[in-house]
Design a protein around this ligand. Structure first.
Ligand code: MN
Length: 502
């Protein structure tokens, strides 16, 4: 089973009736081979389903409507093996409600120089047919991705795979239910936002629930379930002595497990893919959920601290996009810096809630006081993130629109072990360099909370934003502070105009 094998993308090949039966038979056979090869590609995590070649406006419209009505279909790949007059595509493309990838390829890789004749050229004319199709896509102003190259090339398949992951992310966003315990941290701007607009744009429903009800559920957890989960902790992590059986803080570990059991049951029973909590509203809870939030994230749930539902949405969406890839994805916060001019670094962490999936090492389970929240000491998992390339992604509400901002980073080892910092932590160098990256991030109003992913690349995030109709800004190897500032100004004008009058 593929990592996202419950989802399909449909491979739709355009042609027209004009060509005659023999040619159309060949078109169907060739496109079937391409769809089968993409379906078999290890880098494409969804099923690629070949659809009968469409030759007229009625068949195109029917296919597009069917794609929209088929929940497991997360996107459509279109390719014009031959010429397919694009007025035939207008109604279908207008009706298409799923992400669209225009694959610009050709069945034969090499041009048969000595053998080529008019029949061969008429059959293999994507160079020509895809331009006609692309014209109507542009004319209709469709959100889409174009991938160009030979269908057997690994780079082409990788990009289709990355887009497929983004399409699964959008499918998840459109079905996502997020539960909030407590509101945003008081007076914080960037974690706030318009939940109605978010539902209109991404599909996610964001609703509040009583922390008192959760506290009651925590009290009601059966002792046997707590025993079972504590045993799971002991098998998975290095437990500090005070949390072990007979240790001074053993009951705190059991309380943390009680919170996890109740929270997990609440999420599963309610069909929630993401949650938020806040240290300002813990009525009845003895600890701020630490290990519970960390382990729920490790199992693919979204989480946002201090009521940050937007970041919780992105954690969940990126977790779905990343399924089957190595490296992990976590809620993250830019915390403090090492400003050594030889190579400034960011230290990312949170009070507690960092996902252990981003670590390559054994994880330690510890208990320490928390300076805020006014509750008992919370149990948490402590570790260092692995090293290598990664991204940090933020979602902000800019008032008139949402903005997704990403920075490509390189996770590095800390200069020395941080033995007195008892949280999950990550150290990185932002690209292209510290000053350009942070100046651009600040100019874009980027949040302190992010999603850090070692699994998913920036292209997939860009694809997700395109599919959702959301502004996307990337800070990476090619970024200059001046160019980025211009992009911000241009985007202000573009989104102001594109929104239009209501
Ligand atoms: Mn925070």
């Amino acid at each position: 089973m593929k990592a996202l094998g419950e989802f399909e993308v449909w491979f739709v090949t355009g042609s027209q009736d004009l060509y005659g039966e023999e040619t159309l038979h060949q078109v169907a056979e060739n496109s079937g081979k391409i769809a089968a090869a993409l379906d078999a590609a290890g880098s494409i995590p969804v099923q690629v389903v070949w659809k009968p070649v469409v030759k007229n406006a009625e068949a195109i419209l029917a296919t597009c409507i069917e794609a929209g009505a088929t929940d497991k279909c997360v996107g459509v790949i279109a390719w014009m093996h031959t010429f397919s007059p694009a007025k035939m595509w207008i109604a279908g493309l207008q009706a298409l409600s799923k992400p669209l990838l225009h694959l610009h390829t050709q069945f034969n890789r090499d041009l048969p120089w000595a053998e080529i004749d008019m029949d061969f050229m008429n059959l293999n004319q994507a160079a020509h047919g895809d331009r006609e199709f692309a014209h109507i896509e542009a004319r209709l102003g469709l959100r889409r991705k174009v991938v160009s190259g030979y269908w057997q090339d690994a780079a082409v398949q990788d990009r289709i795979g990355s887009w497929s992951r983004a399409a699964c992310g959008l499918h998840e966003a459109r079905h996502l239910k997020l539960a909030r315990f407590g509101d945003n941290m008081r007076n914080v701007a960037v974690t706030d936002g318009d939940k109605v607009s978010a539902q209109m744009q991404f599909g996610v429903t964001v609703n509040g629930f009583s922390i008192g009800d959760l506290s009651d559920a925590v009290r009601a957890v059966a002792a046997a379930k707590v025993d079972e989960l504590v045993a799971e902790y002991e098998a998975a992590y290095d437990i500090v002595p005070s949390l072990r059986a007979g240790g001074a803080n053993r009951e705190a570990l059991r309380e943390a497990a009680r919170i996890e059991v109740a929270l997990r049951e609440f999420m599963i029973e309610g069909g929630f893919g993401a949650i938020t909590d806040t240290f300002e509203n813990l009525d009845g809870l003895k600890q701020l959920p630490g290990i519970a939030a960390q382990r729920l994230m490790a199992d693919g749930f979204g989480f946002g601290a201090e009521g940050d539902w937007k970041t919780a949405v992105m954690v969940r969406v990126v977790k779905v996009m990343a399924r089957g890839l190595s490296g992990g994805t976590s809620f993250m916060e830019d915390y403090t810096y090492d400003l050594d001019p030889a190579g400034p670094k960011v230290l990312g962490a949170h009070m507690l809630e960092v996902c252990p999936s981003i670590s390559d090492d054994r994880v330690s389970c510890e208990i320490h006081p928390l300076s805020i929240g006014g509750r008992s000491d919370p149990v948490r998992l402590v570790f260092d993130a692995g090293t290598g390339p990664a991204i940090v992604v933020a979602l902000m509400d800019m008032g008139d629109r949402f903005r997704i901002l990403a920075d490509e980073i390189d996770l590095v080892k800390p200069d020395a072990p941080m033995v007195k910092l008892p949280v999950g932590r990550a150290v990185w160098k932002p690209r292209p360099d510290f000053a350009t990256a942070t100046e651009s991030w600040l100019m874009a109003g980027g949040s302190h909370h992010t999603v850090l992913s070692r699994a998913v690349g920036a292209e997939a995030i860009a694809d997700f934003a395109e599919m959702a109709g959301c502004e996307f800004l990337l800070i990476g190897a090619g970024t200059t502070a001046g160019g980025f500032k211009k992009e911000l100004h241009w985007n202000e004008a573009y989104y102001h105009l594109a929104r239009g009058l209501r």
